[in-house]
Design a protein around this ligand. Structure first.
Ligand SMILES: [Zn+2]
Ligand SMILES: [Zn+2]
Length: 200
């Protein structure tokens, strides 16, 4: 399903009827600074939205959105799926002069979703909420070894010929491997433990 998530607010605006919408999204297409952007999800993302009339042109939106973002491992660049469980909640105002739905700071200092089309497209709002909640970077596994800095080989799949040239401390420092891993490897006594001394 690639339709935009829409909620019809005509009857809410006419007769204060509450509105509800739900569905699944495989992606969100929205505009940011005049450029069309697409946010793709690893699996259909369920959303549910309820809108209650507060009076006048104002209403309150609440709901949930469960997108699974596709991101890249910060070390080895392989695809990582990041499931998010988002709670939605925002004030809204109908303003016929708003060409595209957007978040704006109201006089009260609160964020408000401004929209001018009663057939409201929630794409930009859902995309912005998702991006705000997304982690800045992820690892595919806490012990990810990353890529060789010389040849780009994925070190999770085994060492490459450059491993010996790069000092262990340097790699570990950069990747933030917890202390202890390095020390265990370098501790000369660790090597001695495996050493069999002659009996006599
Ligand atoms: Zn990785
Ligand atoms: Zn290499």
């Amino acid at each position: 399903m690639t339709d935009s998530p829409r909620i019809h607010l005509g009857s809410l605006l006419r007769s204060s009827e509450d509105a509800h919408a739900e569905g699944e999204l495989t992606e969100l297409t929205y505009e940011q600074g005049g450029v069309e952007q697409t946010l793709s999800f690893a699996q259909p993302a369920y959303f549910e939205v309820d809108i209650n009339h507060l009076g006048g042109q104002e209403m309150y939106l609440q709901g949930t959105f469960e997108p699974t973002l596709v991101m890249e491992c910060a070390r080895c660049l392989r695809e990582v799926h990041v499931p998010l469980d988002l709670k939605l909640g925002t004030l809204m105002r109908y303003d016929p002069s708003a060409e595209v739905p957007h978040l704006e700071e109201a006089e009260t200092g609160e964020e408000m979703l401004m929209f001018g089309d009663p057939n409201l497209d929630l794409s930009a709002y859902l995309a912005e909420t998702t991006l705000l909640a997304a982690p800045l970077s992820v690892l595919h596994a806490p012990e990810c070894k990353g890529l060789c800095q010389v040849c780009g080989h994925d070190l999770n799949e085994g060492p490459c010929e450059h491993m010996a040239q790069v000092p262990v401390e340097e790699i570990d420092d950069e990747l933030g491997v917890p202390e202890g891993t390095v020390h265990a490897k370098q501790n000369p006594f660790t090597a001695l433990q495996g050493l069999k001394l002659p009996e006599d």
